[in-house]
Design a protein around this ligand. Structure first.
Ligand SMILES: Cc1cc2nc3c(=O)[nH]c(=O)nc-3n(C[C@H](O)[C@H](O)[C@H](O)COP(=O)(O)OP(=O)(O)OC[C@H]3O[C@@H](n4cnc5c(N)ncnc54)[C@H](O)[C@@H]3O)c2cc1C
Length: 456
């Protein structure tokens, strides 16, 4: 039996081990952390994530979606909270059949590990930190965080799913002509909790992703199964960028309370431990990582955040990492254990698309924190959904292409940009969707979109 080493038992590494187990490989997964199923501590990042079509497809492909569905909450749209506490619901899809799912990162990761370990040919080794990789001799070393011993293995292939700060990628950076970029946002995030109401009830609409867009910063909240919500405050680090709306400025209890009371007053009433959480919880960083090639030597490859970490504003990082597993599985189907060919084709298939979702995610930050509350944006959304009804195969909203379809991200990015130009032209000079010039729309769509590759 061919022996594969996966570095990292995070979301992608755990799912990938199921794919490979089903193909009868002997899979050893090495994870730096202790077994999170024993400590119940969360993986350390955002407590809940939005799972959508691309991720669901992968989970279905290995037959584990039904298990994951049990721990997911559907969210049918955004619930916008204005400064004066008015609510406005913006649907994500065309109807209730299109939704994204809030799922706990920790629960999902634990379930994926349990499902992986049901296969006798999968073994997860915890407290094993990858320290060294020899791409020429196909050796990889792990430091045991408990015993302090170092062991070296020599598998047939290595797949590094060790996240945004990947140790394997760090080794690849020593290889000549390895391209790498890492860009931090001058924005950080802080997690806060809205606890459940009486008897575990939800204190806001349970089936929505709540957003408090405030121009240069925002608060969002996703529901949890126990009736609570995990809120995430996204805000500038530096005073020079965010002024009084920055982590640097808000450094005392009084400033924090004044800030929340005046900008998120309804949320403020629902976060009883605001002060404690704000000053105790770490301020998370947001970065985009791009690199190439993803393959080193003949039998090592990067996958997931290790080669394409993105900012979380399109809710696609995990979905893209799961989609990597789908594509890698297809390449293995085509080339078997010829890892050189498998990994070469995999990186070609995924690179442009991971670059595209990185760009889409950064663009969506502006949309979420600012534009969703803007009248012209709302008009364009109405025009967009009108055109989608009339041209369901040609004018498909960007959000739909990314979230509810599996078309390549690069196609969604390209078509999305052209559609934005069309929407700008059509919304110019009107204030209501009923004044939409359908003849002009038809001619613009014919001219700019029909000539492109079809979406099927
Ligand atoms: C605030 C926030 C919100 C997000 N929201 C969403 C969302 O709504 N939807 C979505 O799709 N995505 C979201 N993401 C992105 C998502 O979290 C990542 O894309 C996803 O976790 C990537 O999976 P991965 O397995 O590649 O990496 P990870 O999940 O980071 O797993 C990497 C694993 O490797 C282990 N590891 C690291 N170094 C080593 C080493 N040297 N040796 C051994 N093991 C190691 C780590 O301990 C970890 O278990 C969000 C991210 C953030 C930060």
């Amino acid at each position: 039996m061919k022996n594969i080493t996966i570095v990292g038992a995070g979301l992608a590494g755990s799912l990938l081990s199921v794919y490979l187990a089903k193909k009868n490989y002997s899979v050893n997964v090495y994870e730096r952390r202790p077994d999170m199923r024993l400590s119940q501590s969360d993986a350390g990042k955002s407590i809940n994530l939005a799972l959508s079509t691309r991720g669901i497809y992968a989970l279905k492909e290995v037959g584990i979606y039904d298990e994951i569905k049990k721990i997911s909450i559907p969210m049918y749209g955004r619930m916008i909270h204005s400064v004066s506490n008015e609510l406005m619901f913006q649907r994500y899809g065309k109807d209730d059949s299109e939704y994204i799912n809030a799922v706990s990162r920790g629960e999902l990761n634990r379930k994926l590990m349990n499902l992986a370990e049901k296969y006798p040919n999968v073994k997860i080794h915890f407290n094993q930190r990858c320290t060294d990789t020899d791409f020429i001799n196909s050796e990889i070393s792990f430091h045991d965080e408990i015993t302090q011993e170092v062991s070296t293995v020599n598998p047939d292939a290595v797949i590094a799913a060790d996240g945004a700060t990947s140790a394997v990628r760090l080794e690849m950076m020593k290889i000549p002509r390895f391209n790498f970029s890492q860009e931090y946002e001058n924005y950080g995030y802080k997690e806060l909790i809205i606890p459940a109401g009486e008897n575990g009830s939800f204190r806001m609409d349970k089936n929505a992703l709540h957003i408090w867009p405030r121009g240069s910063f925002m608060l969002i909240a996703l529901p949890n199964l126990d009736g609570s919500y995990t809120c995430t405050l996204f805000m500038a680090y530096d005073y020079s960028l965010g002024g009084k709306n920055s982590f640097e400025y808000i450094d005392t209890e009084d400033k924090l309370i004044e800030f929340f009371r005046s900008t998120f007053s309804d949320a403020f009433e629902m976060i009883p431990d605001l002060v404690d959480e704000y000053f105790t919880n770490p301020t998370g960083t947001l970065m985009t990582v791009k690199c190439y090639p993803w393959k080193a030597g003949k039998n090592t490859v990067l996958l997931g955040d290790s080669c394409h970490a993105i900012v979380p504003f399109f809710g696609q990082g995990m979905n893209a990492a799961f989609e990597d597993c789908v594509y890698l599985n297809e390449c293995i189907g085509k080339y078997g254990a010829d890892w050189d060919s498998v990994f070469s084709e995999f990186q070609i298939l995924r690179k442009d698309n991971s670059d595209a979702i990185a760009d889409l995610a950064r663009e969506n930050f502006v949309e979420m924190r600012d534009l969703v509350a803007d009248r012209n944006f709302q008009l364009k959304k109405k025009i967009e959904s009108e055109l989608y009804k009339i041209y369901p195969d040609t004018f498909i909203p960007k959000y739909t292409m990314v979230t509810f379809m599996r078309i390549p991200y690069s196609l969604a990015l390209g078509r999305g940009r052209i559609q934005e130009e069309i929407l700008n032209e059509l919304s110019d000079g009107i204030s209501d969707v009923k004044d939409l010039d359908l003849k002009k729309a038809d001619s613009l769509i014919n001219m700019k979109l029909r000539k492109l590759e079809l979406i099927t």
